[in-house]
Design a protein around this ligand. Structure first.
Ligand SMILES: [Mg+2]
Length: 267
């Protein structure tokens, strides 16, 4: 049995505002057996807000059980450079996490931090560009191109990051999955080695790649972005594929070769 399960949210536990069938019960049963950490590239909500939302669906969860890409960006800047001035292109969840790490929000800043911002505007792009031209460091919470909602896919933070990248001619430091920054924060937080953890996600190029790069076991669920066809086409291969998170602990023997090779069935 692994010591910790690191669970992505969008496409794993919920899709938009709707919980995925059976996910609440599955997560609570996992929690009875191992540590569970919720890890999301979505920076629009603070850790406290994510925990409150999960609790409202019936999942046992506290703020300390959640890591967001916004939190990771705020911690990354503080640990590497100390507290500083930040111009955020993002929503309240990003701004709250920056302030909680001691950073000051300013239009004249040492750092420009970009996450998903559903009020993104030309004006924000202009101010972000001006700061970068003046020497501010460009940091992105993540570069997910889209995110799944109950109404289908909507543009993700990556689309906004690309706008600033094009304007400035600079590439950001990315702190979210699949980059090592957020995974180091996760392992520090858990006090575990990567080999003791499983990451569960619905995206190959973020969740699964993040796990592979840091040496964790990886489980892909098919309730979000990926399909068997996209898995087939990709070079990024998880250790295990399950239809949904509800199959994590109760995985019957199967003729499916990927699933038959699943190490979790042998725990
Ligand atoms: Mg996801």
């Amino acid at each position: 049995m692994m010591k910790a399960y690191i669970l992505d949210l969008d496409g794993v536990i919920h899709r938009g505002s709707n919980p995925i069938d059976g996910a609440v019960d599955a997560v609570n049963r996992l929690r009875d057996r191992a540590k569970v950490l919720f890890l999301t590239n979505n920076s629009t909500r603070s850790r406290a807000a994510v925990a409150a939302r999960l609790s409202a669906t019936g999942i046992r969860c506290e703020e300390g059980d959640v890591i967001t890409a916004g939190y990771a960006a705020a911690v990354y800047i503080r640990k590497r450079y100390g507290a500083g001035t930040v111009y955020p292109i993002g929503e309240t969840g990003l701004i709250e996490e920056l302030e909680l790490q001691g950073h000051a929000i300013s239009e004249d800043a040492r750092f420009v931090v970009v996450g998903l911002d559903r009020d993104f505007s030309y004006e924000k792009l202009r101010i972000g560009l001006r700061n970068i031209v003046n020497g501010a460091k460009f940091i992105a919470t993540n570069t997910d191109p889209v995110l799944p909602t109950e109404d289908g896919f909507v543009p993700g933070a990556g689309a906004i990051v690309s706008a600033l990248e094009t304007a400035s001619g600079q590439s950001p430091v990315v702190t979210g999955k699949p980059e090592p920054q957020i995974m180091e924060i996760v392992l520090d937080h858990l006090g575990l080695d990567a080999e003791e953890c499983v990451i569960v996600g619905d995206r190959l190029d973020t969740d699964i790649l993040a796990g592979i790069r840091c040496g964790m076991k990886t489980v892909l669920v098919l309730t979000g972005v990926e399909t068997r066809e996209s898995l087939e086409r990709s070079d990024i291969k998880p250790d295990c594929v399950v239809g949904s998170i509800t199959e994590l602990l109760v995985t019957p023997e199967s003729d499916d070769p990927i699933r038959r090779g699943c190490y979790i069935t042998r725990c």
